[in-house]
Design a protein around this ligand. Sequence first.
Ligand SMILES: [Zn+2]
Length: 446
Amino acid sequence: MPELVGEVTDLLQRLIRNACVNDGTPASGGEERNADLLASFFEGTGLDMERFESAPGRSNLVVRLEGADPKAPSLVLMGHTDVVPVHPDNWRRDPFGGELVDGVVWGRGAIDMLNLTASMAVATRRLVLDGFKPRGTLIYLAVADEEALGTYGAKWLLEHHSDAVRADFVVTESGGFRMPLPSAGGPKLPVMVGEKGTYWCKLRVRGTPGHGSMPLRTDNALVKAAEVVRRIAEFQPETEVHEVWRRFVQAADLPEELAAVLLDPGRIRAFYESAPDVGLARMVHACTHTTFAPTMVAGGIKTNVIPDMVDLDVDIRTLPGQNAADIREMLSQALGDLASSVEIHAQNDDQASSSPVDTRLWDSLRKVTGKLVPGATTIPFLFVGAADTACCGRAGATAYRAGLFSERISFADFAPMFHGDNEGIDPDSLDLSTRLSEGLARDLLG
Ligand SMILES: [Zn+2]
């Protein structure tokens, strides 16, 4: 294995084995293990390193290569060090073994996003060892808690140590996979210039307690909750052809008829309901709609007691420009006459964000990507999940999500691995994303 690929592969394997599993509780994560590993990886390079602990075990690492010109643009390469939990029974390999088998590194985080956390670190270290003296400052940032909205990671850092992490440009996961679109010309590689917002909430459905042996005409909170779930699942929010979507469709070189459908709010639904590629259909739907996914339910106290309270968790993802009032209005439409018996408890309200496309970072990305993947074009896209770029955007930075994958990882492979089973990545992809980070730093800061 060539030296660079060996280095990034090895670092990724060790990051995976540290198993910094974030289940959303404050005591989980343990990202200090990966922060320690990365700090020792940079040892001896002379780079400035600072550790910031937001809570016990929740470490964030900031590595800094100061630029010579304070007026030159600055760049943050941001990786997260936590991963989501696994169901080990569903995995063909040990999810925390980091094994390299048949040309694939297997393990939780191989795609989301220890791959890029590793390749960004290797790129940064290489630049320094090469004697790179940038005009603008380069910051490598390894943050905790991305998988639970950054409360102990990016969000916390920006609130408490913004001077250490503030920059003009931010690059983080993911992007750069080959989109399953019938585009003309070479591969179209998405760069996420915006991301949807999150409005996670608990819906509390109340009823009246009673004896389970006489259910007739009781006010059963669970029965009501079932109807609430049904109505939410059935709800069809309006289709929105927003700016990022429009730019994406226009840049994707699609057949004229398909492009026309994807820009017509009246025809998109027919497309996603019948498209044979369900991954593509889901993506088109999520990019052009507010989405509502009921994900958890808790309620009842005993088999023979009619429950008087049920809590439903709903994962709501919002589009650019929407706020809490818009979401509550949609929920009320969805619930109809049940709205009055449901209390909405918002757990977070992070609005969608997007960065402009006419920037120096965009130009650099386009240039560097074009060199690494001949014939490829970068196209702006909306990330339908949530990540740390939103807080960077709110802090005034231009934040994109960009990576690169080899042809071995198709979108059909990529999408189910995100938080799914059997996550794996090939060393060629690791090599490409390392070169992307390195090329970006040279082009933008050099
Ligand atoms: Zn991630």
